[in-house]
Design a protein around this ligand. Structure first.
Ligand code: HEC
Length: 175
């Protein structure tokens, strides 16, 4: 009889453990994976963002700039902005936390938007590179300008030049 009770208890414990394990091993769905329409949607949002050096001025393309447009300006969402110092520059040695979004507006000479370049820290995203960055590049109309699936191939080499901070370059081109 004692043996039967002990066995029943063992069985209950085993079943509960099994259930607990199953709860943690639910197959992750990729419904949150970034797509070009989602990236375009994010790019157009401006509320809650902080401008580089706290200024929304259009910065002229200079010798270091790698994007063809004559002007550009860059903003950081609240998560990314935790890595900016009191002057709005990226802190030395910063590593942007998961969820960070950086949007660079690429601007024509008449101040109209030509497109958006984005860096989004989304480690688990299928389009993320080894550092967890997803590299998004869209036109002003939301069309893909560089393949998301390339995982930043075509962006990363340039974004790895001397002085980059977690692959970001604003501090290099506009110190
Ligand atoms: C030829 C070099 C070069 C290439 C290629 C390049 N970039 Fe950049 N990028 C820069 C530089 C330099 C800056 C700093 C701002 C400036 O002066 O243009 C920058 C800035 C940015 C920023 C603002 C955040 C920051 O501080 O770096 C984003 C976002 C960005 N690039 C995304 C991209 C994406 C996405 C691609 C690929 C589709 C890409 N870049 C390809 C050189 C490059």
């Amino acid at each position: 009889m004692k043996k039967q009770i002990a066995l029943s208890i063992a069985l209950i414990v085993f079943v509960s453990l099994l259930n607990a394990c199953q709860m943690n091993t639910t197959t992750p769905t990729n419904t949150d994976a970034l797509t070009i329409p989602k990236i375009f949607e994010i790019a157009k949002q401006t509320s809650g963002y902080t401008w580089y050096k706290k200024s929304d001025a259009y910065l002229p393309k200079n010798g270091v700039s790698g994007h063809i447009e004559v002007f550009q300006r860059t903003r950081y969402d609240a998560t990314a902005a935790t890595q900016l110092d009191a002057n709005g520059k990226v802190k030395a040695g910063a590593v942007f936390p998961e969820g960070s979004t950086i949007v660079k507006e690429l601007v024509n000479s008449d101040r109209s938007i030509s497109g958006y370049a984005l860096m989004l820290k989304r480690k688990a995203d299928p389009s993320a590179d080894a550092d967890g960055w997803v590299w998004g590049y869209v036109t002003a109309a939301g069309a893909e300008r560089h393949p998301l699936s390339s995982k930043g191939n075509g962006c990363i080499a340039c974004h790895s030049i001397s002085g980059h901070i977690d692959r970001t370059l604003m501090n290099v081109s506009n110190p």
